[in-house]
Design a protein around this ligand. Structure first.
Ligand code: SAM
Length: 234
């Protein structure tokens, strides 16, 4: 057992001993009991977790939570389960939840691969967001990337038929790989011809805008689970 639980896969992150600002620390202490869920190898009843029946979207690797909070504020009728391992980022999103009075976000601070495998029921999600995952640019590190055939198959199984899987990256070679991996998953179909236009719900971050100004690209890959592939449609 490690600090983050049983591990039988290659990790897509390296836990840095990032420094917590005093505010992030305070937010972790007061916010996690309110908005955090502990990792437990048992499937969640997501409606019970959020206290209502509403569409559920999963976000993997939210970083500092800027985009998560913006999307959740703009879409109060949807619930967001947000996963991140990096403590300062979790503190930062908790701060945004408090400041924005947001009630439709829950946070799990744990390896998303284990959370999806052990806690998210089949066909329970209307969407999954993976925005700017670590690119792991060196070839020998590609096995650490989140977007891999096995994990994508697991993610697809957690989507309800018609639900979407949205990946975005500024790393061109990874974008091509995302497209190929998602296209090879039988449960999924592309919503576009190749790359998708950025959906309205994904705000441009400052970092991304700076990159675009410098002429760097950003690629969105949006697939959906095919109709008729659910337990009831088989
Ligand atoms: C490059 S950052 C992008 C953050 C954010 N999505 C954005 O667009 O700014 C990738 C994040 O994914 C997190 N991450 C990577 N693998 C993860 C995993 N298996 N479970 C949870 N978080 C993960 C990292 O800690 C990091 O904060």
């Amino acid at each position: 057992m490690t600090e983050l639980g049983r591990r039988d896969h290659i990790r897509s992150f390296v836990l840095r001993q990032g420094r917590l600002s005093p505010a992030q620390g305070r937010n972790l202490e007061t916010g996690m009991p309110l908005w955090g869920l502990p990792y437990r190898p048992a499937f969640l009843d997501l409606d019970a977790v959020f206290g209502r029946a509403a569409p559920k979207v999963l976000e993997i690797g939210f970083g500092m939570g800027e985009t998560t909070a913006a999307i959740a504020a703009a879409r109060p009728d949807t619930d967001y389960l947000a996963i991140e391992v990096h403590a300062p980022g979790v503190g930062s999103l908790l701060k945004r939840i408090g400041e924005g009075g947001l009630t439709n976000i829950r946070i799990v601070r744990h390896d998303a691969m284990e959370v999806v495998r052990d806690m998210i029921p089949a066909e329970s999600l209307v969407g999954i967001h993976i925005f700017f995952p670590d690119p792991w640019p060196k070839k020998r590190h590609h096995k650490r990337r989140l977007v891999q055939p096995e994990f994508v198959a697991l993610l697809a199984s957690r989507l309800a038929p018609g639900g979407y899987l949205h990946c975005a990256t500024d790393w061109e070679e990874y974008a091509g790989r995302m497209l190929a991996v998602l296209a090879a998953e039988p449960l999924l179909e592309n919503t576009a011809e190749g790359y998708a236009p950025r959906p309205d719900y994904r705000p441009l971050t400052k970092f991304e805008q700076r990159g675009l100004n410098l002429g760097h690209g950003v690629w969105d890959v949006v697939f959906r689970r095919r109709a008729g592939t659910g337990a009831t449609g088989r």
